[in-house]
Ligand binder design. Structure first.
Ligand code: 4EH
Length: 228
């Protein structure tokens, strides 16, 4: 089994590279891919750089060039649901693009013709995650994650996203990874730990909690590998 573990920022995969110490770096199409092995699983670990375009390119390379058969995204996110606090884990039930707007042609926000409005994650991978959460006594919220090419630091924008997409968390890469994996028929899940509340304090909160929240997500992903 060959599994991809993808982040957007180097901080999101650093805990993974530390854990899987014995890795081999392959540079390809503008990214560095780290190959490792863990309990009989071949791993390819990478970070895409920020945003939907970068994430789509790296996810495509992981599947089409490296032949990964499953993809797990690990990283941080802004909270939309008031239940979610810093460090809390959320796994996507489905993902959408909050910055897609062709409503002028009668389409709902986030909808592109011949595409899915909300892309569903793989139920089996999500089930593994829930099992890990239960066995470790960790809270894991399953909900809609909204993706867009904007760092949201504004309660009004955040509220619009919550109202328009019923989102529980937001970030900048998940839905594009979802489109790539769903289109290529590769099971995926998107796991994120909360780094901020996507409000006017978001920038400061993000800077303070990026590293610790990225570690929460990465450690959880490692726990999932033991159950795959
Ligand atoms: N409030 C929020 N809005 C949108 N996305 C997020 C995220 C998730 N990641 C972090 C990072 C922010 S941009 C970036 C740019 N420069 C430095 C650091 N981060 C981007 O990869 C998306 C956490 N909180 C978010």
């Amino acid at each position: 089994m060959k599994i991809a573990i993808l982040g957007a920022m180097v901080e999101e995969i650093t805990p993974l590279l530390s854990f899987f110490g014995n890795h081999h770096k392959v540079s390809y199409a503008g990214n560095d891919y780290y190959e490792a092995h863990y309990k009989g699983i071949d791993l390819v670990i990478a970070y895409s750089k920020i945003g939907k375009v970068n994430a789509a390119l790296t996810a495509s390379a992981l599947l089409m060039h490296f032949g990964c058969e499953k993809l797990i995204f690990s990283g941080v996110a802004g909270a939309v649901s008031p239940e979610l606090k810093i460090g809390d884990l959320v796994i996507a039930s489905s993902l959408c693009q909050h910055d897609v707007d062709i409503t002028a042609f009668g389409h709902p926000f986030g909808f592109i013709p011949e595409s899915k409005h909300f892309i569903p994650s793989d139920e089996r991978l999500n089930g593994v995650a829930k099992g890990v959460a239960q066995s470790k006594g960790i809270a894991l919220k399953e909900g809609i994650i909204a993706t867009g090419d904007q760092f949201i630091a504004d309660s009004l924008k955040k509220e619009w996203i919550r109202k328009t997409f019923n989102a529980d968390a937001l970030e900048m890469e998940g839905a594009s990874v979802a489109v790539v994996c769903d289109t290529l028929g590769v099971p995926f899940c998107v796991l994120r730990a909360i780094s901020d509340a996507a409000d006017m304090e978001a920038g400061f909160s993000f800077d303070e909690f990026l590293v610790s929240s990225a570690k929460v997500s990465a450690e959880f992903v490692i726990g999932m590998l033991d159950r795959l």
